[in-house]
Ligand binder design. Structure first.
Ligand code: NAI
Ligand code: MG
Length: 338
């Protein structure tokens, strides 16, 4: 019953937060058998490549990965690791749950999910310069694309996520009033998919700018948000800001053949090696991974453990204004889930 999974420790604080996460997963008796692989600076050191072939082969084989933050090598013309992984494995859905874990912020009851389309839209990198006036590069031209099939697939993913997680409403976020075709196609297909769920999951629609404002004023009015690539990128970070920032944000990149789970924050080189990093985002990513493989029971135990230690016992790492180090927090979490 063991599930093979690729493990990428990551750079900077990666090894520290991964060690913490593995300790908690062990305490939960999580069913993963890890295949350790390198990427990022560790990949450059080990194989001269931030995304070595062995790492790609491993993910192709396991279809499942837990990934620590990777330092993007500066210069050298390396392509973005995340973009390469998304394209190589067709990771079309980016899932970003946002819930209040640390009380006492602006909102005590945020609990929403942003589902972002991950491979089409305006991030297709179809852009170039055109001449304008005397300047041969005086004008920037860019294009994007959304296919009907992909719009249906991402909206269906959002509704299925809602059904599986007992969520009540999906909001289609668009800008079809201005981008009548590019965004209009998403709204059109989204409405068709929504109709299939009538009576089970409610559907709502918001124009993206209004959605951004309402998220800041009344995030409780959202449950599941589904949207195209660019809008989803921005709204998911906005949502993270409502509950304490990227240090508390887990993310999943999900395709039909593979899924990669990660913390949204980076490798935090400024605090690496000091034993003070906050492992919560990676732990929450591990919780998403447990749910993904059908172990919602363990995911729930992990989430409850985090709630107990952070909400009830009030333990906080320094980034959350506390004094607890990674090791102390991990020990408390291990006890809470055992
Ligand atoms: P960052 O997220 O690494 O750090 C920003 C600030 O947040 C720093 O002050 C850092 O100490 C703090 N921070 C981040 N995570 C934390 C945690 N778990 N606990 C406590 N404090 C935490 O962003 P930055 O500095 O812009 O990027 C550093 C490197 O990470 C770069 O090479 C960047 O390319 C890479 N990066 C990788 C990502 C990924 O692999 N998914 C995502 C974002 C950045
Ligand atoms: Mg982003």
């Amino acid at each position: 019953d063991r599930i093979p999974a690729t493990l990428i420790e990551g750079d900077g604080i990666g090894p520290e937060i991964m060690q913490a996460t593995l300790a908690v997963l062990d305490a939960l008796d999580a069913p993963f058998t890890w295949d350790r692989q390198a990427a990022g600076m560790a990949g450059v050191d080990a194989a001269g490549d931030p995304l070595p072939g062995a790492t790609i082969d491993s993910i192709a084989h396991t279809g499942l990965a837990l990934k620590g933050p990777l330092t993007t090598p500066v210069g050298g013309g390396f392509k973005s690791i995340n973009v390469t992984l998304r394209q190589r494995f067709g990771l079309y859905a980016n899932l970003r749950p946002t819930r209040t874990v640390v009380p006492g912020g602006r909102f005590d009851n945020v609990d929403l999910v942003v589902v972002r389309e991950n491979i089409e839209g305006l991030y297709a990198a179809m852009e170039h310069y055109l001449p304008c006036g005397d300047d041969p590069r005086g004008l920037a031209y860019g294009a994007g694309f959304n296919s009907r099939a992909e719009c249906r697939r991402i909206v269906r993913f959002a509704f299925e996520h809602a059904v599986a997680n007992g969520r009540k409403k999906v909001t289609l976020v668009h800008k079809a009033n201005i981008l009548k075709i590019l965004s209009g196609i998403f709204l059109e297909e989204g409405r068709k998919v929504a109709a299939e769920y009538e009576g089970r999951v409610a559907v709502d629609e918001r124009i993206v700018d209004a959605c951004a404002m309402q998220l800041v004023i009344a995030p409780q009015s959202y449950d599941v948000i589904v949207t195209t690539n660019l809008f989803g990128d921005i709204l998911s970070d906005l949502a993270a800001g409502l509950v304490g920032g990227l240090g508390m944000a887990p993310g999943a990149n999900i395709g039909e053949k593979a899924a990669i789970f990660e913390a949204v924050h980076g490798s935090a080189p400024d605090i690496a090696g000091q034993g003070i990093a906050n492992p919560l985002a990676l732990l929450m990513a591990a919780s998403l991974m447990l749910a993904h493989v059908g172990r919602q029971d363990l995911a729930t135990r992990l989430d409850s453990g985090i709630d107990k230690v952070i909400r009830k016992d009030g333990l906080r790492t320094r980034d959350l204004g506390g004094q607890v180090n990674t090791h102390e927090l991990t020990a408390a979490l291990v006890q809470a889930v055992s």
